[in-house]
Design a protein around this ligand. Structure first.
Ligand code: NAP
Length: 282
């Protein structure tokens, strides 16, 4: 297949390149193809004639979105709407990536695809609006909600832990629970999903009962063999600008058999990459 990836230089975009190695992939950086450039997107679609389009581009700065709601809405709602229309006009299925932060965290068991979204912050509201625009405009859509992405070299919590821990005790939030997801594991699952016509909403994240940021930090340091003091704190003490759900573990009721490995396996693979015990993908 020919596959066009938007957001090719982000964490997920970079992980997708090796995962899609069996296909002909075009993944231009934002400077060469902006999601908001309708003419540029149309031209890319007509020149490359992809069989699938993956939208991994987004505004992902959850706290920054509180101060820049317009810019977040442009990337997370308006861009996906344009892309969904352009792909629908050409009969191309669109895989659009979304987030566990569409949920409010009031649940006590994993959120499945049927759960009612109720985002708590600007980022989640713009991502939910993007999902809805994609659903309205292109019937051949895969909306994949994922969570807590990490990979070496990306902008993510896990990547900051080893360095922060080397400077003294870490204080990490322990009352927010989610599904840590190793980006290459997600990319491998998306590669399988793209071969199907299983359209609709999918929850794909590191599997298992989920963990808190505190537990994630401890698990990663243990894998790295790095001794450090980690102190659990509350989200209130962390005082971040955007509210986060207390619980956003993702589960699924889809029966296509495509699932990620347990979150712990992602942490192990990530630690191996960080410590040079495994060759970097891509
Ligand atoms: N990161 C997480 O923990 C997480 C959790 C749940 C869901 N997700 C979702 O997963 C997807 C991938 O996230 P990620 O972590 O890979 O994000 P990321 O590393 O922040 O990458 C996002 C990419 O989108 C690009 N981009 C932003 N606006 C664009 C535009 N107008 N046109 C073209 N490209 C644009 C960015 O380019 P520049 O860097 O040049 O701006 C960047 O390369 C997103 O849909 C995100 O909402 C992420």
């Amino acid at each position: 297949m020919r596959i066009l990836v938007l957001g090719g230089s982000g964490q997920l975009g970079r992980a997708l390149l090796p995962a899609l190695a069996d296909h002909e992939v075009l993944a231009p950086p934002r400077g060469r193809l902006d999601l908001l450039d309708a003419a540029g997107v149309a031209q890319a679609l007509d020149a490359f004639r992809p069989h699938r389009v993956v939208n991994a581009a987004a505004w992902t700065d959850v706290d920054g979105a509180e101060d820049h709601p317009e810019a977040a809405a442009q990337a997370n709602e308006i861009g996906p709407a344009l892309l969904a229309r352009a792909t629908a006009e050409r009969g191309i299925p669109l895989l659009h990536v979304s987030t566990d932060y569409v949920f409010d965290g009031a649940a006590e068991r994993p959120y499945t695809e049927e759960a009612e979204p109720a985002p708590l912050q600007v980022y989640g509201r713009t991502k939910l609006a993007g999902e809805r625009r994609v659903q309205e405009a292109n019937p051949a859509h895969y909306i994949v909600r994922t969570a807590w992405l990490f990979t070496p070299g990306g902008r993510n919590f896990a990547s900051t832990i080893p360095e922060r821990a080397s400077h003294g005790p870490l204080r990490v939030v322990d009352d927010q629970r989610g599904s840590p997801t190793f980006a290459p594991h997600l990319a491998a699952a998306l590669a399988k999903l793209l071969l199907t016509e299983a359209y609709g909403v999918h929850h794909l994240a590191g599997t298992g009962p989920g963990m808190s940021w505190y537990e994630l930090a401890r698990a990663l340091l243990a894998q790295l063999g790095q001794r450090a003091r980690v102190e659990p704190i509350s989200g209130r003490e962390a005082a971040r600008p955007a509210r986060r759900p207390a619980y956003s573990v993702l589960g699924t009721t889809r029966t296509h058999g495509i699932a990620l490995p347990p979150a712990e396996e992602g942490i192990r693979a990530f630690a191996e990459l960080l410590s040079g015990r495994r060759a970097r993908p891509g």
